[in-house]
Ligand binder design. Structure first.
Ligand code: INI
Length: 159
């Protein structure tokens, strides 16, 4: 049996981050986590684009534009949808998730789902650098693992 897997060697990868301004207290921490993850994986700062959108509902259309451009090896999608703050939680969270997955499948560019869906702000902050880690950091590592895996498959690995 032959095996193939991505790595955390991100030098040379071009990565876009699409982040939501809604619940910016939380999402700015996710963005900082993602930047740290990319830095730790060796992705150069000049190879990273950060695009801000108004809310998580708007993430897919911008992710689609960036993924279709051919300029990026992966897209990291960051947002925070908090149940207590909206009666339309299920619509925003559902469409954001569905849209991001659809962009990845349609374009073949990995789109990492780094959108928190929580019951309250405390739970969101716990996942944005608190006791439950930082989903932005984890999303960055997932992006690098997926982009390097696809590059390996394009090279024909394992040969
Ligand atoms: N957007 C979020 O990213 N998180 C939320 O919790 C949220 N709430 O609570 O409503 C939210 N709403 C805005 C939405 O993403 C769109 O920006 C808006 O509906 C305009 O299309």
């Amino acid at each position: 049996m032959r095996e193939v897997e991505g790595s955390l060697h991100g030098a040379g990868l071009r990565i876009a981050i699409v982040a939501s301004r809604f619940n910016q207290l939380v999402t700015s921490l996710l963005v900082e986590g993602a930047k740290a993850g990319l830095r730790d994986a060796g992705v150069r700062e000049e190879d990273v684009l950060l695009a801000w959108v108004p809310g998580s509902f708007e993430i897919p259309v911008v992710a689609k534009r960036l993924a279709s451009s051919g300029r990026f090896d992966a897209i990291i999608c960051l947002g925070a949808v908090i149940r207590g703050e909206t009666a339309h939680f299920d619509y925003v969270a559902g469409e954001s998730a569905r849209g991001i997955a659809q962009v990845a499948r349609e374009t073949g560019v990995p789109c990492v789902f780094g959108v928190l869906t929580t019951n309250d702000t405390t739970q969101a902050l716990e996942r944005a650098g608190g006791k439950a880690g930082n989903k932005g950091y984890d999303s960055a590592l997932t992006a690098v693992r997926m982009a390097t895996l696809l590059r390996a498959l394009e090279r024909g690995d394992p040969s």
